[in-house]
Design a binder for this molecule. Structure first.
Ligand code: PLP
Length: 431
C-alpha cells in the first residue's frame, strides 16, 4: 500500500514516468541514480525476455551461467587498469560488504602465507566523513551518518574517520589551490597513525553522492591511491553511484587514472533495470584466495541471487548500448546543456553552490550566499523546491537543502533544458 503522499507510477517510457492519475513526470533522479538508457528501452527489454527463455536463475555455487561469465569478461575489459576478477551480488550495499570482507580476509591470508603476525592486525577501515556506502550494517558502519551510528550502535563498527573533502566549504586558511594537499595531508596523518591496523581505505570517488553531492578537489583520488600504496593499505573505491558514465567517464576513477585494489559497482550496471552489484578485484587480491578447499581460503560471502542471469543479460545489453550510442562521450556536453539551463539562477541570493560532475548536479540552497550559511533545517526548503518542481512536471528529490538532478544519461538536450528550467523556476517561486 502506498503512503498518501507517495506518487504511484503506472508506466514509464524513455525519461518519463506516468502516474496512476495520468501526470507525466520527467525522471530527474534516474529512478534513484540507476537508469541509464531510459525506461522500456526495446533492446533492454528484449535482452531480458530472451534470457528468460533460456534460464531465469541458477546458483553460482559450484556452477556458473554462461551469460554471467560473459558479463564478468566484459566488466574486466572496461574497468580501470588490471582489475581482473568479478564477484557478483545483488545490490550496492552487498557489493560493499563483499569488498569489506575481501579486504579483511586478504590481509588475514597474506599474513598466514608470509609468516607475518597472524591473525593480521589489519582489521579496520578508514572512511570519509559524511560517507554513504549503503544500508547493510558494514556499509552503515563506514557511513558517516551519526544518527545511524547511535541507533544501530550494537551492530555497527567504528572506522577511522577521515575528513570530508569538500570543495565548497573549505577549512579556514585553505584556498581552492591548496585544498587537495590539505585533505590528502589529513588522510596521510591518519594513515601514519593507523596503517598497521587498517585493511583498507574506502571512498566514493570525486563526488560523495548522498552527502549532498559533495565534490572533492581534483587530484585527491590519485593522492589517496599513492598514500594507500605508501602505507600498504588496500584502496576500495565505491563507484555504485558514479560508475557507468555518470561523471562523464565510464568510471570516475578514469578521470584521475586510478586503479583501486577493489572496485564496487551497482545501480547503473544493469542500466537500472534489475538488481545487481559487482565487486571487482585486482590479481594480487584474487590470488590471496587461491588454494585447495582444505586451506579454507575462499571468500566467505555469497548471495542466492548473485550473478543472476536475467540481471547479467540486462547488464550486457546496457554495455552494448553504451558502445552503440557512444553515450559516455556525450555526457560532458549534456552536462553543459543542463548547467546552461540553470544559468538564470546562478546568481540567485539563495543559491550557494552548483556542483557535481557530469550528469550528477546538485544545487545547495543557503540562507546567506556570502557567508555560505545554511538555512535552519526546519525550513525544509530543499523539499519544498522539489515538491514544486514535481508539480511542474520534473521529479527531483533533495538531500537536505541540496536539490539533486541525476537524470537518465540518455536524456536529450530538450529534456535536460526542461529539467533545468523547471528546477530554476521552482527555486525562484519558493525562495
Ligand atoms: N554506495 C553508494 C556510493 C551509494 O550511493 C549507494 C546507494 O545510494 C550504495 C552504495 C548502496 O547501494 P544500494 O542502495 O543498491 O544498496
Amino acid at each position: 500500500m502506498a503512503d498518501s503522499d507517495q506518487i504511484a507510477i503506472a508506466t514509464a517510457e524513455g525519461c518519463w514516468l506516468t502516474t496512476t492519475t495520468g501526470q507525466r513526470l520527467f525522471d530527474g533522479v534516474a529512478s534513484l541514480w540507476c537508469n541509464v538508457h531510459g525506461h522500456r528501452h526495446p533492446k533492454m527489454n528484449a535482452a531480458i525476455r530472451e534470457q528468460l527463455d533460456r534460464v531465469a536463475h541458477i546458483t553460482t555455487l559450484g556452477m556458473s551461467a554462461d551469460i554471467t561469465d560473459l558479463l564478468a569478461e566484459r566488466l574486466v575489459a572496461i574497468t580501470p587498469g588490471d582489475l581482473s576478477h568479478v564477484f557478483f551480488s545483488s545490490d550496492g550495499s552487498s557489493g560493499v560488504e563483499a569488498a569489506l570482507k575481501m579486504a579483511l580476509q586478504y590481509w588475514h591470508q597474506r599474513a598466514a602465507a608470509t609468516g607475518a603476525t597472524s591473525p593480521s592486525p589489519k582489521t579496520r577501515y578508514l572512511a570519509l566523513s559524511s560517507a554513504y556506502h549503503g544500508d547493510t550494517t558494514g556499509a552503515v558502519s563506514l557511513g558517516g551518518i551519526k544518527y545511524f551510528h547511535q541507533l544501530f550502535a550494537p551492530i555497527v563498527f567504528t572506522p577511522v574517520r577521515g575528513p570530508l573533502p569538500c570543495s565548497y566549504r573549505l577549512p579556514e586558511g585553505v584556498r581552492p589551490e591548496t585544498a587537495c594537499d590539505h585533505y590528502a595531508d589529513e588522510i596521510e596523518t591518519l594513515l601514519k597513525q593507523h596503517h598497521g591496523e587498517l585493511a583498507a581505505v574506502v571512498m566514493e570517488p570525486l563526488v560523495q553522492g548522498a552527502a549532498g553531492l559533495i565534490t572533492h578537489p581534483a587530484g585527491l583520488l590519485a593522492r589517496v591511491r599513492e598514500l594507500c600504496d605508501r602505507y600498504e593499505v588496500l584502496m576500495i573505491v565505491d563507484e555504485v553511484a558514479t560508475g557507468f558514465g555518470r561523471t562523464g567517464r565510464m568510471f570516475a576513477c578514469d578521470h584521475e587514472g586510478v586503479t583501486p585494489d577493489i572496485l564496487c559497482l551497482g545501480k547503473g550496471i544493469t542500466g537500472g533495470y534489475l538488481p545487481m552489484a559487482a565487486t571487482v578485484a585486482r590479481p594480487h587480491v584474487y590470488e590471496a584466495f587461491l588454494g585447495d578447499s582444505s586451506e579454507r581460503k575462499q571468500l566467505y560471502h555469497g548471495h542466492t541471487f548473485g550473478g543472476n542471469p536475467l540481471a547479467a543479460a540486462a547488464a550486457i545489453a546496457s554495455l552494448d548500448l553504451f558502445a552503440e550510442t557512444q553515450l559516455v562521450a556525450s555526457i560532458d556536453r549534456k552536462a553543459e546543456v543542463l548547467r546552461s539551463s540553470l544559468d538564470r539562477i546562478a546568481n540567485h541570493p539563495h543559491v550557494g553552490d552548483m556542483r557535481g560532475r557530469g550528469l550528477m548536479v546538485g544545487i545547495e540552497l543557503v540562507e546567506d550566499r556570502d557567508s555560505k550559511t545554511p538555512f535552519p533545517s526546519e525550513r525544509l526548503l530543499g523539499r519544498k523546491v522539489c515538491e514544486r518542481a514535481t508539480e511542474l512536471g520534473a521529479w527531483v528529490r533533495p538531500l537536505g537543502d541540496v536539490v539533486v538532478m541525476i537524470p537518465p544519461l540518455v536524456a536529450n538536450d530538450e529534456e535536460l533544458q526542461f529539467l533545468g528550467s523547471t528546477v530554476s523556476r521552482a527555486i525562484e517561486e519558493v525562495l
